[in-house]
Ligand binder design. Structure first.
Ligand SMILES: C[S@@+](CC[C@H](N)C(=O)[O-])C[C@H]1O[C@@H](n2cnc3c(N)ncnc32)[C@H](O)[C@@H]1O
Length: 295
């Protein structure tokens, strides 16, 4: 049995497994005669009827049967993401080792996978706030036994961690002197950059131009909080916060311009719930670092 990979308008059909870089499921290739198909349908009629009926009921009533959990588990993923960021008391309750962080837990797991796989010598975090995320990064490097984190923030007044792997620069990340210090520190190292600073599209674009050249081949450039571009401003306070567009808009533009140097890694969005849509970018291996410094 062959399955067409072309849609009606002749565009290739994106397969889920390919889009998200997941292992392909083995397809059972079967060439059945119409007669054999009829026999099989008859043989499994009970199962087919049950499955169809269940699917219909599940659509109407939902799959959760426990009344206590029904309400909270029947919201859409979009509603959940919106709630996660709108409910301030919830957002402010998320800690890493007792220090507040503004992360979605599935993204933190993805960070762990990236750090383990790429083993950066230097992680540049633009925007640290309380520092829960900075401490997380430093402790991941502790587990690997090497590396350091550079936290760049306009203010470290609220910054709580005190950790030997963390270095701080307190200034606007777009200051030429700051970029120069980061560049010096990055020399000869395997460098990963996380942008979690000013989320307006214009600022993200500006910062990517300055810091993307520091990311070394095979390492990641993470653009945080593109979720603000996903949320509909008519129904979401967070969606209204960036009328000129946010990080996802900037990430799309950056990828368009820089596709020779960076690629989107959709595998990092495979948990579906992410605050960083189009935000996990990997520097391509083939290009030499110098090609980028002239940006
Ligand atoms: C969303 S918070 C960072 C959250 C943190 N990474 C976490 O996950 O817990 C944004 C931070 O970016 C900082 N920031 C905003 N604009 C900046 C800029 N131009 N340069 C450096 N830091 C900036 C703010 O001071 C704030 O602490």
């Amino acid at each position: 049995m062959s399955v067409s990979t072309q849609t009606k308008n002749n565009k290739p059909r994106a397969k889920w497994s390919e889009k998200y870089g997941l292992p392909k499921r083995t397809r059972i290739e079967a060439k059945l005669s119409p007669w054999k198909k009829l026999v099989l349908l008859f043989k499994h009629r009970r199962f087919i009827w049950d499955a169809g009926w269940q699917a219909l009921l599940a659509r109407r009533e939902g799959v959760i049967q426990d009344d206590e959990y029904k309400d909270r588990l029947q919201s859409t993923l979009g509603e959940y993401l919106n709630w996660y960021f709108t409910d301030k008391s919830f957002l402010h309750s998320i800690d890493w080792m007792g220090i507040p962080t503004r992360k979605l837990v599935t993204d933190v797991w993805v960070y762990q996978e990236i750090i383990f796989e790429t083993k950066p010598d230097l992680i540049i975090e633009i925007g640290s706030f309380y520092g829960g995320s900075t401490l997380f990064l430093a402790q991941m490097l502790d587990l690997l036994g090497s590396g350091e984190v550079l936290s760049i923030d306009v203010s470290h007044d609220h910054f709580m961690p005190n950790h030997p792997r963390i270095r701080k620069i307190t200034a606007d990340c777009s200051d030429e002197a700051v970029v120069e210090q980061a560049r010096e520190l990055a020399k000869g190292k395997r460098v990963m950059v996380i942008h979690d600073g000013d989320h307006t599209a214009a600022a993200v674009e500006r910062d990517l131009k300055l810091y993307a050249p520091l990311v070394t081949p095979d390492m990641y450039l993470i653009i945080e909080d593109g979720v603000v571009d996903l949320l509909d401003p008519r129904h979401s306070k967070v969606g209204r916060a960036y009328p000129g567009g946010g990080p996802m808009k900037a990430a799309r533009r950056f990828l368009n311009e820089m596709e020779a140097h960076f690629e989107l890694d959709m595998k990092r969005e495979r948990f579906i719930l992410t605050t960083n849509p189009k935000g996990y970018l990997r520097r391509k291996a083939s290009m030499h670092q110098d090609h980028l410094t002239s940006l």
